[in-house]
Design a protein around this ligand. Structure first.
Ligand code: TYM
Length: 346
């Protein structure tokens, strides 16, 4: 399926090579939603221009309160990303908190962020609706995410559907800041792939750690098989023809199957006369095959933790250089830096 960029306003920007940026939270092991919605795009786009990918540990602080666990999850996230094909020679891979400039930039953006805008954001709104206590970190989360994006002059942000609202907030805040202080920030566009924008979980809802309905990329195969066998299905009779388009089991199989296998399965659905057990078995096999190479790479990387830490240290240096230049421009524009307006982009 072709990728979708929202909104299409490239004409408003001067022509320059694309700068791709995205972040992912280290709040647990990556699941298929993370991979097919976002990570696969990171890898595809790492040759498209400059590319910055980071592990969002500052964001994770609102949910992971155990310091040792957080450190472990950050390291594991880096291992997973490289094992899945992220190439640190092509893309800058770093940890969000290694670039403190972003936290300062967040404050500049906070001062132009309307409360009403943040109150409408779903991460906060959902928690409030469920009667759960929310902290200021969760409330201001879209402002930190905006700083993450604007600090690198990113033009393209590959994400799943659930992050589109936050990128709209980022564009709003950047637009307001630019309106007040001159053309400081580059307005980014979200990039979605239709086939992975909203990957369903084993219960048919959106796949999400918080719904406990995930299939994890590097889960051991016997427990993945058990989960697949538990995927909810309907009780229509076996012989009845079915529309593959509205079945989450089919959608999951389509993600990992080869094109001919996917087509064959679609025909089987339309014809009828099959059991869901057959689809589940095919899904178990295709999933094991799809991620087999990444599993092997992961095992090799795990044996060399120093290599991953060196990649992250090197990435932090490259990322900081870029963020420092953007922050200097923003400080100058809004009157924090004294002296000439030299930091401002012409
Ligand atoms: P996070 O860590 O929740 O998810 C990482 C990426 O995975 C995508 N995703 C999905 N895509 C399709 N179907 C699903 N079921 C699914 N579940 C998750 C997400 O859309 C995301 O792209 N706030 C972000 C992290 C972040 C960020 C940023 C992203 C922080 N700063 C700046 C982009 C730019 C988050 O919590 O993603």
């Amino acid at each position: 399926m072709p990728p979708k960029s929202l909104p299409a306003d490239a004409s408003a920007q001067p022509a320059r090579p694309p700068c791709v940026l995205s972040g992912i939270q280290p709040t647990g092991r990556f699941h298929w939603g993370n991979y097919f919605g976002a990570i696969r795009q990171y890898i595809e786009l790492q040759t498209a221009g400059d590319a910055f990918y980071f592990i969002a540990d500052l964001h994770a602080l609102t949910t992971v309160r155990d310091p040792e666990r957080l450190r472990g999850l950050v390291h594991a996230a880096a291992v997973d990303l490289v094992a899945l094909g992220l190439d640190p020679d092509r893309a800058t891979l770093f940890v969000q908190s290694d670039v403190p400039e972003v936290a300062e930039l967040m404050w500049l953006l906070m001062s132009v962020a309307p409360m009403g805008l943040l109150e409408r954001c779903h991460a906060y709104k959902d928690k409030k609706l469920r009667g759960l206590p929310a902290d200021a970190g969760l409330f201001t989360y879209p402002v930190l995410m905006s700083a993450d994006i604007l600090a690198y002059d990113a033009t393209i942000v590959p994400v799943g559907e659930d992050q589109v609202q936050h990128i709209e907030v980022c564009r709003d805040l950047a637009g307001t800041f630019n309106h007040l202080y001159g053309e400081v920030f580059t307005l980014p566009q979200a990039r979605l792939v239709e086939s992975g924008a909203r990957v369903p979980g084993i219960d048919g809802q959106k796949m999400s750690k918080s719904y406990e309905n995930t299939l994890d990329v590097f889960e051991d195969l016997p427990s993945q098989k058990k989960k697949i066998m538990r995927i909810t299905t309907d009780s229509r009779p076996m012989e009845e023809p079915k529309d593959p388009a509205d079945d989450h089991l089919f959608a999951l199989h389509a993600l990992v199957a080869s094109a001919p296998d996917r087509q064959e399965m679609a025909e089987l659905y339309r014809r009828g006369g099959f059991g869901y057990g057959h689809v589940k078995k095919a899904l178990v096999e295709s999933a094991a095959h799809f991620f087999a190479e990444a599993r092997n790479r992961r095992a090799a990387l795990e044996a060399d933790p120093g290599c991953i830490e060196a990649i992250l240290a090197n990435g932090a240096v490259r990322a900081r250089k870029q963020a420092a230049a953007v922050l200097a421009r923003a400080r100058q524009a809004c009157g924090l830096a004294r002296g000439t307006a030299a930091g401002r982009r012409s």
